[in-house]
Design a protein around this ligand. Structure first.
Ligand code: DGJ
Length: 750
């Protein structure tokens, strides 16, 4: 990994074994892009790739050029990375190279989450300073290249180096000008209880984008897009990923122009943004993580998984095994007593559960979702011994205790709201919108941030709490910051995020051994920004195993299994009413951080035995399932590619696997949604094994299904990858497996 600067040709070349990123200073002083893609020889010049002279007075020439940080008002008519309101009122900017420095390692981003390195020799960072002299605007662009990851991290810092007020109207984290394509765009979109479905569409001339304006990254769109060459698959073809380490409003925009470029921009949503920069002030923008893969979507995911699991997840938790938990939410909702919880905990402990999580309803007078958010004192009617009493009893049973909290919210029916009605976000003279009977606290205000921080600290100090589920159950409406004057209201959404990150930072630093799981009505804030503080997130409020296939499949494009809370819940499922076999529910949840979300006291003896077996299985293979390499094999739409433009559930067959780094162990999950009579034989070809190794193949659960016999026994890694496992032949009448059938295969090198 190196960053070369060639002063003669004025080129920067950032490269590692997988990728090269080449940029140059044009004769005009503007900074252009020459190449982002497969690795090139760093000692050569690539200036000839852009023969046009952008000094030309003919502005039209700028339209087809690649720029590092394009601006408004010149001859580049594509959407800009930077737009400012400047003192003279002219909507024109021209950023000119003013200097650079190259440093070992990766400096942190002030106030914002970001990937990190453990040692300076893991990465190098280029900081490039550009200046617009008439306005005094200065932009520091930062680029980090890693030694061990096919990723490039970009971010930008805008500074007012002039003497008059500037206002930032658009400042993206990264802008990249690729060739004109053709390209397909991938996005992870959906809605509540149906998050992160993988969608693909052809990029056409004009702009196509995804975004959030909800104050959170949202259920609707994840802050991620990818461009791939048409025909790319899970395992072949070029794919470029763009992931934003941010949890608030964002825009990811792909613009194909007529002149043969495709511009990708990702960053804070410029809609409504207006950030005042006094002379000397700076605005740090979030990090965008760009990943290049020449080996399809699988290698792209592999890079994101490794980088986010090992260099974004908080250090204390990145390698620690995540506990198997029981969450009482779907088991009791608000209707619980201490006796009931302890009864559940006793059974859970017998089954092997390690962490008991008390969800919503433990505080104030919270017997439904209509009240008490903000009143974070324990409800003694439900828990006479308080949190401390309950937690200690749970610990005495041999389990850790975890707690749900939704600290950013206030119910209109609460003591907090009665005392501080002005802390709830609302616009002057307008009726505030209630969503789920609640308002959002104004985290753009330092005093509110302080209160939220103190409150969480007090709760955490009140009992031996080893885990926190931090929820956030509504979008932000009527955005207005009471602490800011009217002309600075455009800062509200980002200031909210800075307040949130400040609380997360302080709390997770003060309680490094507490495991945080973020949640926003399920997966409404499932983004890299929060993974920097909370190592795992509640993937979706939809706990149905079949629905989860599509959700976990899509999520896995960027996020590793260790990031995905995945629970076995009761049937009929509470979201869709589907009845799936218990083994199938586990076989899906195994490929995430396993938990249970049901009342274990309501289980039959057979179900208890089955769950004990599931938990024992998961613990045996936990390291592989939580830290192994995750590979998608058979996709939600019957082949390995998503259907263009669709938001559908999974197709009939789906398979994925985890393989250990040393290739000695692997676990494969196969799922058939609906059975068919006399179904044809079907084999899944595995990936990532050692071709030379021989594997013992066993199946889980052991049921005597013919598939066990067909696959059990020693098999060569070459055969498993070239020919595959037989998973679906219905060769024997009388072996009807029923719908929603799953099988787990365990491979151990002999
Ligand atoms: C939404 C979460 O996603 C659920 O798991 C649960 O914690 C509820 N909130 C509680 O109100």
């Amino acid at each position: 990994m190196t960053i070369h600067w060639n002063p003669e040709t004025k080129e920067f070349h950032l490269c590692n074994h997988e990728l090269s990123y080449v940029l140059c200073v044009f004769s005009s002083g503007r900074v252009g892009q020459l190449h982002f893609g497969g690795a090139l020889a760093p000692e050569r010049s690539y200036r000839h790739l852009e023969p046009r002279d952008p000094e030309t007075p003919d502005n039209a020439a700028l339209d087809g050029l690649g720029f590092e940080y394009p601006t408004q008002g010149g001859g580049d008519f594509r959407a800009p990375a930077l737009a400012l309101a400047v003192p003279d009122g002219a909507p024109v900017l021209d950023l000119i190279y003013a200097g650079h420095r190259i440093v070992a390692g990766k400096p942190p981003l002030a106030g914002l989450p970001a990937t990190y390195v453990d040692r300076a020799d893991e990465a190098e960072t280029l900081e490039l300073v550009l200046r617009d002299a008439p306005s005094g605007a200065e932009v520091a662009l930062s680029y980090t290249i890693f030694r061990d990851h096919a990723a490039l991290c970009r971010s930008a810092r805008v500074k007012n180096a002039g003497t008059s007020l500037l206002s930032v109207r658009c400042a993206m984290s990264a802008s990249l000008d690729l060739d004109g394509g053709p390209w397909d765009m991938l996005q992870l979109s959906g809605h509540w209880a149906h998050e992160r479905q993988l969608i693909r569409r052809r990029v056409v001339q004009g702009s196509q984008s995804i975004e959030s304006r909800r104050g959170a990254s949202s259920h609707q769109h994840n802050p991620f897009v990818a461009l791939e060459r048409p025909g790319a698959t899970e395992h072949t073809g070029e794919v470029y990923g763009f992931s934003l380490v941010y949890s608030g409003n964002f825009l990811a925009d792909v613009e194909r122009d007529a002149a043969g470029t495709t511009r990708v921009r990702i960053g804070i949503h410029p809609g409504g943004l207006s950030w005042s920069l006094e002379p000397g002030a700076e605005l740090q923008l979030p990090e965008a993580v760009l990943v290049y893969s020449a080996r399809g979507r699988g290698a792209l995911s592999d890079t994101y998984h490794r980088l986010y699991r090992t260099r974004l997840t908080p250090r204390p938790w990145r390698d620690r095994p995540r506990p198997v938990l029981l969450n009482n939410w779907e088991g009791t909702y608000f209707a619980f007593t201490e006796a009931k919880l302890l009864e559940m905990a006793r059974v859970a402990r017998e089954l092997g559960v390690e962490l008991f999580v008390l969800d919503d309803g433990w505080f104030g007078e919270r017997d439904s979702d209509t009240r008490s958010l903000g009143d974070w004192t324990v409800n003694r009617k439900k828990l006479p011994g308080g949190l401390d009493g309950l937690a200690r009893k749970i610990e005495a049973l041999g389990m850790a205790f975890g707690l749900w909290i939704e600290p950013e919210m206030v119910s209109p029916d609460s003591r907090l709201f009665a005392q501080h009605p002005d802390w709830a976000i609302a616009a002057p003279n307008r009726r505030p919108t209630q969503i789920r009977n609640q308002y959002v606290l104004d985290l753009s205000r330092p005093d509110v941030v302080e209160w939220v921080h103190d409150t969480i600290r007090t709760v955490l100090a009140s009992a031996p709490i080893r885990y926190v589920k931090w929820d956030m159950n509504r979008s932000i409406t009527e955005p207005f910051a009471t602490a800011l004057p009217p002309d600075r209201q455009g800062e509200f959404f980002h200031r909210y995020m800075l307040g949130l990150y400040a609380v997360y930072q302080r709390i997770t630093t003060a309680f490094p051994d507490v495991l945080f799981e973020s949640c926003a009505g399920g997966g409404g804030r499932f983004d890299p920004g929060l993974f920097a503080y909370a190592p795992q997130a509640w993937t979706s409020d939809n706990s149905d195993a079949i629905e989860r296939l599509g959700i976990q499949w899509g999520s896995s494009l960027v996020y590793p299994p260790s990031a995905m809370g995945a629970h076995v819940s009761a049937v009929p499922n509470h979201q869709v009413g589907r009845i799936t076999p218990l083994a199938t529910r586990a076989a899906v949840a195994f490929f995430g951080v396993l938990g249970y979300e049901l009342d274990p006291t309501a289980l039959s003896a057979a179900e208890r035995a089955a769950i004990a077996d599931q938990i024992a299985f998961y613990k045996r293979h936990r390291d592989l399932l939580q830290r192994g390499r995750f590979v998608r094999l058979v996709g939600p739409h019957g082949d390995d590619s998503p259907r263009a433009g669709s938001v559908h559930g999974p197709s009939n067959d789906l398979a994925w696997m985890c393989v250990s780094d040393d290739q000695a162990h692997a676990i494969v999950g196969f799922y058939r949604v609906l059975q068919r009579a006399n179904a044809p034989s079907f084999r899944i070809r595995l990936r990532g094994l050692s071709a030379a190794a021989t594997y013992r193949v066993t199946t889980w659960p052991a049921t005597g299904d013919p598939v066990d016999r067909d696959n059990t026994g020693p098999r060569g890694g070459d055969e498993l990858m070239q020919v595959g496992l037989l998973v679906a032949a219905e060769r024997h009448y009388g072996t009807q497996r029923g719908d929603f059938w799953a099988r787990v295969f365990v491979l151990d090198a002999l």
